[in-house]
Design a protein around this ligand. Structure first.
Ligand code: 5AD
Ligand code: SF4
Length: 474
């Protein structure tokens, strides 16, 4: 089974990177010190997963981790380019590090991720943020050990930068240190070929490339053996998994293979593109016992005119048909979506179309965003007479409509018994445990902390807009 385009980083290259980590670890051990790393991630689960790889590499190089920036010998920002506000926060944070670096010249500051994959931003950082030591884009992640070594060797007098412009690669067998011990996110493919007109992702994450199914199954089998209870298969558009491989295995087939792994518990996946959501996949979801009854299917807008200008390649009617089929085939299915408000020249009528879809589908939750202009994308040049105020008003109205729907759906669950995967103590009250149903709803209930990582049955006693309260039942 091979990728049609040769995208796999060779084992020799990976081994070379691992040797560098060992060298750094040895030097740290000889000096008798364990340097500390402080890592910050912006954006999506893919970015979190990349940070987990970097954590793994740092761990192998002898680093420990700290929550306190001032204690750190190494600081990393893994950045997101999807919306402007995440970018502004990175610039703000980097600016603030200047003082820390002056006090502690040995500190290494690294910036990576989607923002860095844009040459004009990397250039801006190189010119205006000279206290940064390492810059690398998404395609260079596997070369992080060489960059760390170079920064250490040059005594941080040289800025190390790798933002090569390519279609991307696949690097297997990199170290990984996951943050969570119960839920694991596993990338099954990288990149995106869809070029939705508002979206920067295809420019910063390269072309779609799928991992070989053997590698994916091996990773998930090991996670299951290690006690993980929930696996989320990750990709910008998991429905097109395998199209670039010679294997003949598509996403529905992969889902069945994962479902057959011995000892596996819950399986989720993110994100699906409506145009590629096949009947075959819906059938696989319906018949795989471990696949959770939850479909995240971003619609982005309910207006056909906007969908066309977004280059989404489906109509509202086609989308609704697929949702209907999925709901019919999968009992108790929870449906969630992403929506962009204020796309260039979105009229009141377009916006009403979106509200109507919300009311028709009755999503369990929506993830809504105000349109953010991304230079280099086709939408950035579209005329946009809509004011920010109008956009914010629409956004607030949409949340109001959705909150009512979420509360209604949650209220209908009162009196039912749900299987909940216990994630741990509630952040706001240590006497309360928190977990999620298979439909991904948050449930809070009293219980012993020793239940963390187990499945319990919970009688739902109260519904809120964003969560449920309940009591453990035997
Ligand atoms: N502005 C606002 N939201 C965006 N998204 C992607 N690009 C933009 C943008 N330019 C949203 C989409 C996508 C989610 C991950 O982020 O809704 O599904
Ligand atoms: Fe962006 Fe569209 Fe690709 Fe999603 S499918 S990552 S919105 S281009």
């Amino acid at each position: 089974m091979e990728n049609k385009r040769n995208v796999q980083v060779s084992q020799e290259q990976i081994d070379e990177q691992k040797r560098i980590l060992q060298n750094i670890a040895q030097i740290n051990a000889q000096k008798g010190k364990q340097p500390k790393a402080f890592l910050v991630t912006y954006g999506c689960q893919q970015n979190n997963n990349d940070t987990e790889r970097i954590r793994g590499m740092l761990f192998d190089a002898g680093y420990s981790f700290t929550e306190n920036k001032a204690d750190a010998d190494f600081i990393l920002y893994n950045t997101c380019a999807v919306r402007e506000n995440a970018e502004m926060r990175v610039f703000g944070n980097l600016g603030a590090l200047k003082i820390l670096k002056r006090k502690k010249p040995a500190l290494i500051i690294a910036v990576c991720g989607c923002m860095m994959q844009q040459e004009h931003i990397a250039k801006q950082i190189r010119q205006k943020y000279k206290h940064v030591d390492i810059i690398f884009g998404t395609h260079a992640l596997y070369k992080f050990p060489s960059m760390l070594q170079a920064a250490l060797d040059t005594n941080r007098t040289l800025m190390v930068s790798d933002v090569e412009n390519s279609d991307g690669c696949i690097a297997e067998d990199l170290p990984i240190k996951r943050e969570d011990g119960i839920k694991a996110w596993v990338s099954i493919m990288y990149g995106c070929n869809n070029f939705c007109s508002y979206c920067i992702v295809p420019y910063v994450r390269g072309r779609e490339r799928s991992r070989k199914s053997d590698d994916i199954i091996k990773e998930i089998t090991a996670l299951t053996k290690a006690g993980y209870k929930e696996i989320t298969l990750l990709g910008q558009n998991v429905n097109s998994y395998g199209k670039d491989l010679d294997s003949g295995i598509d996403f529905a087939d992969l889902l069945r293979m994962v479902n057959d792994i011995e000892g596996i518990h819950r399986i989720r996946f993110m994100t699906s593109h409506p145009k590629d959501l096949s009947d075959k996949l819906i059938d696989a979801m319906a018949s795989c016992k471990h696949v959770c009854p939850h479909l995240h299917l971003p619609i982005q807008s309910g207006s056909n005119d906007i969908l066309k200008r977004m280059n989404r390649k489906y109509t509202r009617e086609e989308y609704l048909q697929k949702i209907e089929k999925a709901k019919r085939s999968i009992p108790g299915l929870a449906v969630t979506t992403d929506i962009i408000v204020g796309f260039p020249n979105e009229t009141d009528a377009d916006f009403e179309d979106t509200l109507n879809v919300l009311k028709q589908v009755e999503y369990d939750t929506i993830f809504s965003f105000i349109y953010s202009k991304r230079n280099g994308t086709p939408a950035a040049t579209m005329p946009d007479p809509i004011t920010d105020e109008q956009k914010h008003e629409r956004f607030a109205r949409m949340i109001e409509v959705q909150n009512e729907i979420s509360l209604k759906l949650n209220s209908a669950m009162v009196g039912s018994v749900q299987e909940v995967l216990v994630e741990g103590k509630s952040k706001t009250n240590p006497n309360i445990l928190t977990g999620r149903t298979d439909t991904n709803k948050i449930v809070n209930f009293e219980g012993d902390a020793a239940l963390e990582g187990t499945f319990v049955n919970v009688l739902i006693t109260e519904a809120k807009t964003w969560s449920l309260n309940g009591e453990i039942v035997k």
